[in-house]
Write a protein that binds this ligand. Structure first.
Ligand code: ZN
Length: 212
């Protein structure tokens, strides 16, 4: 894995507004109380030494997860490529929660677009991915939301987003396939009609995943 970042030689465009969050804050006291009740239902004693403070910590975690900065997620960039045709930003790794099981899923995101004049600031991609990861999700909807938001920001349909997800609900329960991953791809504009362009994008995306 390379940690160097080849930045496109373009000035980041104007500040990109990220849409407001569904749930900015939770009632932490109420959530902590509910967690304590859950522990009781699970046969635990919330007053025992190891669990003192657990309800508060869990409530604080939910608050952080649902907050706009996505502090529970990590984002990093390993590479970006810029040609006259295609910009690809990959190596973005965010954590979300599967809405079917409330278990974590790790989403490796690669986004591509065809710029006209301006190039979107690299850090924006990470913020956008974190934003849509910080809620109860399914991978397919996450992929579409990131793609649609990028499309609106860039103002063009030529956007592709590929996501490789590893879901703990698959790793821990059910089929227990530790290495199983799910890949989702959303293509728009030229990525849907130009097979060379889409193949270039998918090749680079697969390369990113191979190094993670
Ligand atoms: Zn699940």
């Amino acid at each position: 894995m390379t940690t160097s970042v080849a930045r496109p030689a373009a000035v980041p465009s104007a500040e990109v507004p990220v849409p407001s969050r569904l749930s900015a804050h939770i009632d932490a006291v109420r959530v902590a109380d509910l967690i304590a009740q859950l522990l009781v239902e699970l046969g635990e004693d919330p007053a025992r030494e190891g669990l003192i403070g657990t309800p508060d910590r869990v409530a604080a975690w939910w608050n952080a997860f649902l907050s706009s900065d996505g502090t529970a997620s990590a984002t990093r960039f390993t590479e970006s490529q810029l040609s006259s045709q295609l910009v690809i930003v990959g190596g973005m790794s965010v954590w979300s929660l599967c809405e079917h099981h409330l278990l974590p899923m790790n989403l490796q995101v690669t986004a591509g677009y065809v710029p006209v004049g301006e190039v979107l600031g690299l850090s924006k991609f990470g913020r956008i991915a974190r934003h849509f990861a910080g809620r109860l999700q399914v991978q397919e909807r996450f992929t579409r939301q990131v793609a649609e938001y990028l499309t609106s920001v860039i103002g063009r349909e030529d956007v592709a987003v590929a996501v490789r997800g590893v879901h703990l609900c698959m790793s821990m329960r059910g089929v227990r396939m530790k290495e199983a991953s799910t890949t989702t791809v959303h293509t728009g504009g030229r990525f849907g009609t130009d097979t060379v362009l889409s193949q270039q994008f998918l090749t680079v995306a697969a390369g990113h995943w191979g190094t993670l």
